[in-house]
Design a protein around this ligand. Structure first.
Ligand SMILES: [Zn+2]
Length: 951
């Protein structure tokens, strides 16, 4: 059943906030004094979009109560010129009259980004008295993608068109209007925006009235918002048109209608909302002319995802409309502003030429829609809990995608995308905990990293798995209701989930260990850095296993380690593994599966046990002929290693496992071997048994490791200098790649929008063409002439055996504007002079930072261009940083670090670090140090192990 949250008056709002905020005043981190209780902002703003005049004069009326007897009204302001003569502070008198409270002087604090009206008399705290601050000010329509900013795009006949958009997260609302710009200061907002007649304005809430004035401007007045945080306010001023689903048809419209009755109070709509209210939410997709037709897919799935979340959270979407806007430029790939979500164009508009496009659009739309509840309705009290917002939206997104695209293998791709990469980062000694303190404004940007999103979402998935769907959903619902229109911290969520777990109706009740709470389990994952590797060593006679945990760490060149022998090494591990006793212990939900009940549908094939200490014994395991699999569905954020005999059983029993289970096994085995904890014979043995007949998640998981091994072995001959063994790996890899390439070349696979198929095709092609697999050269055109003028994405890499002249000639024929083709070429280019030309054209001449960063990724991953790239970056560092700003140096390091192979690369990397004043990136240096360690210690093992398969 879907239930409603009824509308709240100002007094209800105060109650909510009193309950929510004051109770833990002492614990709340805040930069603003907490003397004011914001109630309502009335903001009128006039964005001027004219060459030479990008101003945005505004007028504010801010209503509040006092929490303390203060004589200062302190409010955030950045880059706004306050018209001091217009400032007035007033106290509410009887029957709606307002009486002036004298303002003595105006104070500014640039570092705290505040303005203060210092008063003649102190304000009276308490609920009896309301105050308001009135002022005029002038802000700008900015050009840095922050706050209220201007954008241009080509209109008809390529004429330059202006538009304005907002990006107020995390602390940019204060550049658009003075406000208490921290997430816990929720209030209602009533916006009025001036526009030229040819423009449309869209805001969080529906349009209430349009008022043309004599000066040629039209003022659009919007309905008053629900109580919300300032960072979620949004505006768009443009001449876009929109698509909307009506019945079964998607139709195009020019203008937003004024909400039926101009006087309609939106809050009444909440109160009267029926069970089906979410079905009445108007969802619109906006894009610039020429691209709008690509919005049809989002217009179809948007309303369905919204209904799915309404049902899932058991709370209707509280706004009457949801706008989705495709922005020509946006700071993030998307931003979840309440009722007006902004997206980069590729994240909202489907590119039918790219089979991965639908998955990207569905995933991004679902992520942002999940935030409407988790983030917007209930907001983190302070930024340190951002991981929960992002982790949660990322996890929910996959459920939303599965709902609208049930034929896709989206869960498997979610697991891989969110666990595989981040586990590599998190295995480095300098990783950090998911939950981090935020002391400075700059810290807020730092916490939006892979650890927040990817590890965060994997931890949410783990929690939902051990609680079970029923308890998870009930706990979530209680949490969202309890804190609706207010704020909460992660402990509030843990409390609600624990209550739900303890009242679970199903047999066995909660799946928490006795005496434990969700908090006690989850704190071990969110406050502690890293994650464990669980060693399962079976005693086959007694039917037991000794199960232990320790932090999973990869070795680096500086930490001298024990090399792996050819037998399974459960003890011969890098010394860092055992370094710190404090690294123990995580509350590990241990899912164990055996083949015993595989063919008895009524019996569970998997049991959940808890490992909370360093080690424990598990009993009741099958005999020596049967395998044991732990964490098969990869619900737990940990890796598993086994004794040699069990690895053998699992390899032989591979056919009995699901694709996701195989993918997990392959990923674990390759990661353990990469870290020196397992002999390469094991993962290579698994890969030999993996069917090469259809695109599978297991191959997708394997391919990112195989590409890395190929890259690291490129140009090296193993520590023993034996070139023969290096080419043995190439021979084996070419054979595998050729088989997989045949699978990926079938018309059905190439046309499929299933994310596993897409990832498979992309990774196989990139790997195979990099290896110079003959089939990659094109069976029908054995030596594609470089002079061919018609290329498409799949055949640009044909002819990887081109001469340097042919590569250069090819490059002159591929336009940078055709970015897909251009980037594809970067994936396979084998001439360093041609690669260098690409770098010049893009890094030194291109304005488009997205293109720069996309090209960096491609040229880094291509072993033939990597050395040239490192050389180019260090040689041209100063002009590059001048041109693109320090922000891009982060991309330099992020893209190139995974492929560092030697001290020379590592020194170049450090040079980039130092020159660009980067901090917090020491883990990138560790990544390089790990590669160097791997080449010195592990390369030999992989070469030796592969010999068996090529003789
Ligand atoms: Zn998000």
């Amino acid at each position: 059943m879907v239930t409603e949250i009824s509308a709240l008056g100002d007094d209800d709002l105060q109650l909510l906030q009193d309950r929510d905020g004051d109770a833990r005043d002492d614990n709340v981190t805040t930069w603003l004094p907490r003397d004011l209780q914001p109630l309502h902002y009335r903001v009128a703003i006039q964005p001027v979009l004219q060459e030479g005049n990008f101003t945005a004069p505004g007028e504010l009326e801010f209503t509040f109560r006092a929490r303390a007897a203060t004589d200062r009204v302190v409010i955030n302001v950045r880059d706004l010129a306050v018209d001091e003569a217009s400032v007035a502070v007033e106290e509410e008198g009887p029957s709606g009259t307002w009486r002036s409270v004298g303002v003595l002087r105006h104070e500014y604090n640039a570092s705290m980004e505040t303005y203060a009206a210092v008063l003649q008399a102190a304000l009276r705290p308490g609920r009896a008295t309301k105050y308001r601050l009135k002022m005029k000010y002038v802000g700008g329509v900015r050009d840095d993608l922050k706050g209220l900013y201007a954008l241009t795009y080509p209109g008809e006949n390529n004429a330059k068109r202006y538009m304005a958009l907002t990006q107020l997260h995390p602390t940019n609302a204060r550049t658009m209007f003075p406000c208490l710009d921290e997430p816990q200061h929720k209030a209602r907002f009533t916006l009025a925006v001036a526009r030229r007649p040819e423009h449309t304005v869209v805001a969080n809430m529906p349009l209430r009235a349009s008022e043309p004035r004599a000066d040629g401007w039209v003022w659009d007045h919007f309905h008053t918002s629900v109580p919300m945080s300032t960072y979620l306010i949004a505006l768009a001023v443009f001449d876009f048109k929109f698509l909307q689903l009506t019945g079964e048809r998607v139709t195009q419209h020019d203008r937003v209608p004024v909400a039926d009755a101009v006087t309609r109070d939106v809050s009444v709509a909440f109160r009267n909302a029926s069970r089906d209210s979410s079905r009445d939410v108007t969802t619109r997709v906006w894009a610039r002319p020429g691209l709008l037709h690509r919005g049809e897919y989002a217009a179809r799935i948007g309303p369905r995802v919204l209904r799915f979340f309404s049902d899932m959270f058991n709370i209707s979407f509280p706004l009457p409309k949801q706008d989705l806007v495709a922005a020509p430029k946006l700071m993030f790939s998307a931003m979840e502003n309440w009722g007006l979500i902004t997206f980069r164009e590729d994240s909202l508009l489907v590119d039918e030429a790219n089979t991965g496009s639908r998955h990207l659009v569905a995933t991004t739309v679902a992520h942002e829609l999940a935030h409407q509840w988790f983030g917007n309705l209930v907001t983190m009290t302070w930024w340190n809990d951002v991981w929960l917002n992002e982790g949660f939206a990322t996890f929910m997104s996959q459920l939303g995608v599965s709902h609208v695209e049930p034929g896709w293998r989206s869960e498997g791709v979610f697991v891989l995308e969110n666990m595989q990469g981040v586990m590599q980062d998190d295995a480095l000694p300098s990783s950090h905990a998911v939950s981090r303190e935020v002391y400075r404004v700059g810290d807020i940007d730092n916490i939006f990293d892979a650890i927040s999103y990817k590890k965060g979402s994997s931890l949410v998935r783990m929690m939902s798995a051990f609680l079970g769907a029923d308890a998870f959903q009930r706990g979530l619902n209680a949490y969202l209701r309890r804190h609706a229109y207010a704020n909460a911290a992660q402990d509030d969520l843990w409390a609600a989930l624990t209550e739900a777990a303890r009242t679970a109706r199903r047999p066995g009740g909660a799946r928490l260990p006795p005496g434990q709470s969700v908090k006690s389990i989850m704190d071990s994952w969110t406050l502690r850095t890293g994650f464990p590797v669980v060693d399962v060593v079976r005693d086959y006679c007694r039917g037991t296993a000794n199960v232990t945990q320790r932090r999973f760490l990869v070795a680096t060149a500086s930490s001298v380690t024990t090399a792996t022998s050819t037998t399974t090494a459960t003890t011969g591990s890098p010394s860092a593994q055992d370094a710190d006793a404090e690294d123990c212990c995580w509350g590990v939900p241990l899912w164990l599966k055996t083949p015993r009940n595989l063919f008895r549908p009524s019996k569970p094939t998997e049991t959940l046990q808890w490992l909370q200490t360093r080690g424990a014994e598990v009993a009741g395991l099958p005999g020596s002929a049967q395998w044991v699999l732990a964490n098969g569905a990869r619900a737990g954020f940990y890796r598993v290693n086994y004794d040699a005999a069990n690895w053998r059983l699992l390899t032989e029993g591979l056919d009995d496992l699901s694709d996701l289970e195989r993918a997990g096994l392959v990923d674990d085995a390759l990661a353990l071997a990469d870290a020196g904890l397992l002999a390469y014979e094991v993962p290579l043995g698994l890969l030999q048994r993996l069917p090469r007949t259809e695109p599978s998640l297991a191959w997708v998981a394997a391919l990112s490791w195989l590409a890395k091994i190929s890259h690291l072995l490129h140009g090296t001959h193993g520590a023993n200098g034996a070139q023969g063994s290096s080419s043995a790996f190439s021979r084996w890899a070419r054979g595998v790649a050729a088989d997989l390439l045949r699978v990926s070349s079938s018309a059905a696979v190439r046309a499929s929008t299933d994310p596993v198929d897409h990832a498979f095709v992309t990774r196989v092609r990139r790997w195979a063409c990099g290896l110079g697999v003959p089939e990659c050269l094109g069976q029908h055109a054995p030596h594609a002439p470089a002079a061919r003028l018609v290329f498409n994405e799949t055949d640009i890499c044909e002819g990887s055996t081109r001469t340097p002249e042919e590569w250069s000639s090819l490059l002159t024929k591929v336009s940078k504007e055709d970015s897909n083709l251009y980037l594809k070429l970067a994936e396979c280019i084998q001439s360093s002079s041609a690669a260098r030309r690409m770098m010049e054209m893009t890094f030194m001449e291109d304005e488009n930072d997205q293109m720069v960063s996309d090209l960096l990724v491609r040229l880094s991953a291509n072993p033939h261009s990597y050395d040239t790239l490192m050389q180019f970056l260090t040689e041209n560092l100063t002009p590059l940083l001048d041109r693109h700003g320090n922000g891009l140096s982060y991309d330099f390091v992020k893209s190139t670090a995974p492929f560092v192979k030697n001290d020379d690369h590592q020194n170049k990397m450090k040079k980039i670090f130092l020159k660009s004043n980067l901090n917090d990136l020491s883990h990138r240096a560790e990544q390089g140090a790990h590669n160097i360690w791997w080449i010195e210690n592990q390369a030999e093992h992989v070469l030796k192990a592969v010999q068996v398969f090529v003789q």
